[in-house]
Design a protein around this ligand. Structure first.
Ligand code: PAF
Length: 307
């Protein structure tokens, strides 16, 4: 199976490197030609607990490279998904499929609109990756990966992708009902990311600040109500406890949203707390706490982004 990994962020680099190490035919797509050329020149570097490696992975900004692949793994920020979906529709072969492993709630839908449900897989991963510099990532921690088709049961193609990921060293399972996974991960991000970004604290600190804990509980309760109204079956009975456990397990982590704020980058808040607000409007569930969190993070972004 020939694979394109789209987006040379921490997750994209780590995934491309691990697949390449396992002998897969991988190309990495970057929409910035200059950075693609730079990574090609220096090669992809991956640090991990056992050492460090350089891998000769082809990096290109030419979307025509998608024409020859069987699978495109989308690892971009959620605010690039619309553009990625248009590119995939234009260049991906009819028999090829796309898999999204991004943060946020609406990526599967966006890809399905462009490619149709039969050509889309979605998933979540708790593998930890950190971007050190362009083309250089650290595989920080091991986790679990779950993927499944946008519609219907795990089929032969999905199983082939599961086997490929297992061969690349990822603990992966194929599952039916991918929205349940994506919403479970979304609620965890809803409870942690925006609060850590607003308060400028590592994840674990949220558990030591009772007022922050109350906002977390309210944001999580809204997101769970929206998900349930949409028919989502969460993987944990008590989602607040699940969020608290993740905050505890990752207590020293700087959340991806706080990392974005610190680096003056656009955040994914519109696709996390903002997605809860949008979906809440669709199903008639009020979401004032998520709306406020979204606006507070956007107010921080306004300090450095061109509006
Ligand atoms: O986005 C993140 O930072 C992570 O998904 C999580 C789980 C909140 C840990 O930092």
């Amino acid at each position: 199976m020939k694979i394109a990994v789209i987006g040379p962020g921490a997750m994209g680099l780590m995934l491309a490197a691990r697949l390449k190490q396992a002998g897969s035919d991988v190309v990495l797509l970057d929409y910035r030609a200059e950075r693609a050329a730079q990574i090609n020149e220096n090669q992809v570097a991956l640090d991990h607990p056992e050492g460090s490696e350089r891998l000769a992975i082809q990096v290109t900004a030419d979307p025509a490279a998608l024409g020859g692949v069987d699978l495109a793994v989308v690892c971009t920020k959620a605010y690039h998904t619309q553009e990625v979906a248009r590119t995939l529709r234009a260049h991906l072969a009819q028999t090829a499929r796309a898999l999204t492993l991004q943060n946020g709630a609406e990526n599967v839908e966006t890809l399905v609109e462009a490619l149709g449900p039969a050509r889309v897989l979605g998933g979540i991963t708790s593998e930890g990756a950190t971007l050190l510099r362009p083309g250089h990532a650290r595989h920080a921690g091991r986790g679990q990966t779950h993927i499944g088709p946008a519609q219907g049961p795990v089929d032969a193609f999905c199983q082939e992708v599961v086997d490929l990921l297992i061969a690349a060293g990822f603990d992966t399972k194929g599952v039916e009902g991918v929205q349940n996974l994506i919403w479970t991960k979304l609620v965890i991000n809803v409870g942690i990311n925006s609060l850590t970004a607003i308060l400028e604290v590592p994840n674990g600190r949220l558990l030591e600040l009772p007022p922050a804990g109350k906002v977390m509980a309210a944001a999580v309760a809204e997101a769970v109500s929206v998900g349930q109204a949409m028919g989502v079956k969460f993987l944990h009975q008590d989602m607040l406890r699940a969020v608290q456990e993740v905050a505890h397990r990752t207590e020293a982590n700087i959340s991806s949203m706080l990392q974005d704020i610190r680096a003056s980058r656009r955040t994914e808040v519109s696709y996390i707390n903002g997605a809860v607000v949008r979906q809440g409007e669709q199903v008639g569930v009020p979401t004032p706490v998520n709306q406020t969190l979204t606006q507070l993070v956007q107010a921080r972004e306004a300090g450095y982004l061109d509006q």
